[in-house]
Design a binder for this molecule. Structure first.
Ligand code: SF4
Length: 371
C-alpha cells in the first residue's frame, strides 16, 4: 500500500473540518510551526516513537510511553499536545497539574490491546480470585496500555502500573508485597516478564476474559499460580513469528535481532535481545557502524531509525510492512494543525475526579520504583 493511500485512509475516518484535510504538508507544517512560535513555552508537543516521521520532527520530546509519562509529570507548559494514543494522553492528564490541559490531536487514536481489558471484566475476575484464594495477597499490575479506571483499580488494591521498560521491576515490587501477581492486559509482556524472572511455566496462568469460570482455569491452576495474566495481545507485535527470525538469519547470517516484549515468547527466545522501544532505540544506536539489525516492532519506528542510521542496515523483522499500528498512524499533520489552531473549541482529555487519585497513586508507584 502506498503512503498516499494510507494517508487517504487515515483522513477518511477523520472528522476534522474539510479545509484542514485539503492543505498540503508544507502548509500544515508551517501553520504548526507558527502556533509553536506564538505559544512559546506554553505549549509542549510530546510524540511517541511509533508516530509518523513528520509528526516526530515537530515534537519537543519523543519517547516510549514510560519516558513520555515521566516527562509529562515534570512539565510546566499549560498545553500538552500528546501525539500518541488515548491511554497515553490520559496518563499525561493524570500526572499533570490542574492548570495544565492535555490534548490528543486525533481523538480516534485508541489501542485495541487496551480495549481488551474492561473494568467490569477485571472486577469480575478479581472477585473470583479473591473468593478462591482468600488468604493470598494478590497484587494487581496494569500495563500502561489500559484505561484510567483500570490503573485506578491497581491504585486502590495496593498495585501499580508498569510499562515494557520497567515490567520486571514492577513484578519484583509486587512479589515483595504479595503472593501472586494479577497482570493485565498483555499476555505476552506478562509471560516474557515472568520468564525473565524465572517463574516456572506451571506457575503462570492465563486468564481468558471470554470464559465465565476462572478465566478457563482449574481451581488448582489458579491456586498454584504465581502470575495470572490477562489474555490480551497487540496485533502489531504478534505479527512476528519464529519463522521470521529463522528466515532473517538465513538471509543475513550476521544479523542482530531485537524485538519488543509484546511479541510471542518463542520470538523473544530466538531473538538476540528484547526490550522496550527505548531499549530498541539504544540497541540500534550502540550497534557498530555496518551492523545489520532486524527489529520486531512497529514499522514507523523502524523506518525512522533506518533513516537516522544510514551507516547501518536497519530492517523490519517480518520483511514486509504489515507491522503497522494504524492507531498510532491516525495522527496526521492535519490533526495537529487543527488541534493547535482550535484549542478553545476542542475537548481536552478528561479523567473523572473519582478515579484521578487512585490512578495517580498507581502511576506514581511506577515512577518511584525507577528512582
Ligand atoms: S502498537 Fe499495539 S499496544 Fe501499541 S498502541 Fe498500537 S495496538 Fe496498542
Amino acid at each position: 500500500m502506498t503512503e498516499i493511500n494510507i494517508q487517504a485512509m487515515a483522513l477518511t475516518f477523520n472528522p476534522i473540518p474539510a479545509n484542514y484535510r485539503k492543505m498540503s504538508d508544507d502548509e500544515l507544517t508551517e501553520r504548526i510551526n507558527q502556533k509553536k512560535r506564538e505559544l512559546g513555552e506554553k505549549l509542549v508537543i510530546l510524540t511517541h516513537h511509533y508516530q509518523r516521521r513528520k509528526i516526530v520532527a515537530l515534537g519537543d520530546y519523543k519517547g516510549d510511553s514510560y519516558a513520555l509519562s515521566k516527562i509529562a509529570a515534570g512539565l510546566d507548559a499549560e498545553i500538552i499536545a500528546f501525539c500518541g494514543v488515548h491511554f497515553m494522553a490520559e496518563a499525561a492528564e493524570i500526572l499533570s497539574s490542574d492548570d495544565q490541559t492535555v490534548y490528543l490531536p486525533n481523538p480516534l487514536a485508541g489501542c485495541p490491546m487496551a480495549d481488551m481489558a474492561a473494568i467490569a471484566n477485571v472486577m469480575y475476575a478479581w472477585d473470583q480470585l479473591k473468593e478462591l484464594v482468600p488468604d493470598s495477597k494478590i497484587i494487581p499490575i496494569a500495563y500502561m496500555n489500559t484505561a484510567a479506571d483500570l490503573k485506578a483499580f491497581c491504585g486502590k488494591h495496593d498495585g501499580l502500573v508498569c510499562t515494557s521498560s520497567n515490567a520486571p521491576g514492577a513484578f519484583e515490587w509486587g512479589f515483595e508485597r504479595g503472593d501472586k501477581i494479577f497482570f493485565y492486559p498483555d499476555e505476552h509482556l506478562g509471560r516474557n516478564t515472568a520468564n525473565k524472572l524465572g517463574i516456572a511455566r506451571d506457575q503462570i496462568a492465563v486468564w481468558d476474559f471470554r470464559k465465565r469460570k476462572l478465566g478457563g482455569n482449574s481451581p488448582d491452576k489458579i491456586k498454584n499460580a504465581k502470575v495470572i495474566i490477562w489474555k490480551g495481545y497487540c496485533h502489531v507485535h504478534t505479527t512476528f513469528t519464529p519463522d521470521h527470525v529463522r528466515m532473517m538469519r538465513e538471509r543475513f547470517p550476521d544479523v542482530r535481532i531485537v524485538v519488543h516484549p509484546e511479541c510471542p515468547e518463542q520470538v523473544v527466545e530466538l531473538a538476540d535481545a528484547n526490550g522496550s522501544t527505548a531499549f530498541i532505540v539504544k540497541y540500534v544506536d550502540e550497534a557498530p557502524s555496518g551492523s545489520t539489525i532486524a527489529i520486531g516492532t512497529e514499522i514507523n519506528l523502524v523506518d525512522r531509525m533506518a533513516h537516522e542510521y544510514p551507516d547501518k542496515k536497519v530492517m523490519e523483522l517480518s520483511g514486509n510492512t504489515c507491522a503497522m499500528c494504524v492507531n498510532m498512524y491516525r495522527t496526521t499533520l492535519n490533526d495537529l494543525a487543527w488541534c493547535l489552531e482550535n484549542l478553545d473549541d476542542i475537548k481536552s482529555i478528561e479523567v473523572r475526579q473519582e478515579i484521578q487519585e487512585d490512578s495517580r497513586k498507581a502511576l506514581s508507584r511506577m515512577l518511584d520504583i525507577a528512582k
